[in-house]
Design a protein around this ligand. Structure first.
Ligand SMILES: [Zn+2]
Length: 115
């Protein structure tokens, strides 16, 4: 398994997102992620390809659990999720960058389910 990873450090694998890629939002999501990785580099945030892919995977998995900032109303993705208890309850931490507000909110891992 390690040998296979060594021959493909990009971790890219064959995929077909052609259905999603028809949506203009697909292109915008890719552009936003491109801005994110360049912003990370510009702030000297160093991460491996595996760390980057884990962060993006966690972000996308948390999208259904976005919350609105009580100060400005902006929809905000979870910034961190440090635990999920055995009953399927989680408590993500949020940070709204425009107003610097931070908060936590409890969610069932089963809800909201947008997919
Ligand atoms: Zn806010």
């Amino acid at each position: 398994m390690t040998a296979a990873r060594d021959t493909n450090p990009s971790r890219i694998r064959p995929f077909d997102n052609s259905t999603l890629a028809q949506l203009p939002e697909y292109q915008r999501a890719a552009e936003a992620l491109n801005y994110l990785v360049h912003a990370a580099y510009s702030t000297k945030t160093r991460m491996s390809q595996d760390q980057w892919l884990t962060a993006v995977r966690d972000l996308t998995a948390a999208i259904p659990f976005m919350d609105c900032c009580l100060d400005c109303g902006r929809a905000t993705p979870p910034a961190a999720l440090t635990k999920i208890d055995n009953s399927g309850w989680m408590q993500p931490t949020y940070k709204c960058h425009p107003c610097n507000n931070t908060w936590t909110c409890g969610w069932s891992t089963a809800a909201p389910n947008h997919l």
